[in-house]
Design a protein around this ligand. Sequence first.
Ligand code: GP9
Ligand code: MN
Length: 400
Amino acid sequence: SKTDTVKAEQYTSSKEEKRTEYFGLAKGRNLVLISMESTQNFVINQKVDGEEITPFLNSLIKDSFYFDSIYDQTAQGKTSDSEFMIDTGLYPLSSGSVFVRKPENVFHSLPKILKEEGNFYSSVFHGNDSTFWNREQMYKSLGYDKFFSKKDYEVTEENSVNYGIKDIPFFQQSAAHLAELPEPYYARMITLTNHFPFLLDEEDKLISEPKTNQEVVNRYITTVRYQDEAIKTLFKKLKEKGMYKDTMFVLYGDHYGISEKYEVGIHQLLNLEKSPVQHAELQKVPVIIHIPGVGGKTFSAPGGEIDIRATILELLGIQPENTLSFGHELFTRNSDHPVIFRDGGFITENYVYIDNVCYEKKSGKPIEESACGPFQEKVRNELGLSDEILAGDLLRFMED
Ligand code: GP9
Ligand code: MN
């Protein structure tokens, strides 16, 4: 009901609304998001047998805002959950995907805000079938003007692997489509090659496989390396076409790639000890914001994928009245505010709460439950409000 909307509005607008020194740094630019399939943060600045896994991203980071402590907050909706959080600033559902279960709801989404505030044209680029994750229908609800899916690409057996078109031809063809769009545009490009079970043709293996006892992890290193090369190709193409300078690029890992079952391979690769806190720390995904001509800086305060939208809006210099969302811009985000997981677990600057156990982050040791207590109510409240918004389709009451 409308009363529930008011309750959610009160909560979300009680967040501090202050502008940071980063406000408007990318005002007037196009926005290109790159959703990096299954990309975990541990691959960044990491070498295997002396070779970098992500040489291009590592060099890009030097001239970017790099957030190295952002946690995967997706649930069963995987890629679609990450897309949902970025476009709405709401939490995913505890079971199933919002894309599949709530496509008829009204959303005050990023494409709509960008259209209202800056007349942006919004589009998504992805090589899979348009119906996967119910994207075709959901993108209409979210206010996208155009979805370039499998049928818009030249897909052959030669240029495909695993789920479909390989990332290099995908980005090459996407750049041509992008060049045709009206400006300013918001484009989200979703990679595909670095997807379980991480298959790759011999000629695309640009790094030698490590020798952990987990084949999945060994292959993962090669598909991440290939994806890195593909992103490099996109940047090169956009530079050639004169489309680089006027754009803000936001690159993020959508969720983990190596599940707990195979994680021992990462432990071997990085010389880590298995522990609950270590597992939580491996759920970090890279977030890289590259604004050509604007310098680089690394931010290490904890945050989540749900905070990406607020960060983008801050940089574009857009501050909508009340967005009914749960994100905080990542530049000054209070590191004591929990990064909330769908199952009720959370991470703060000093504590990790997983499977109903409270850990001290630094030592990785379980500590008395009461240390996590103050955050638990906040977590329940926030997830509950987000769920109410989805269940009651409450955002429709915000529409004028
Ligand atoms: C499918 C791709 C992968 O189109 O986005 O989906 P995932 O399995 O990672 O959710
Ligand atoms: Mn995915």
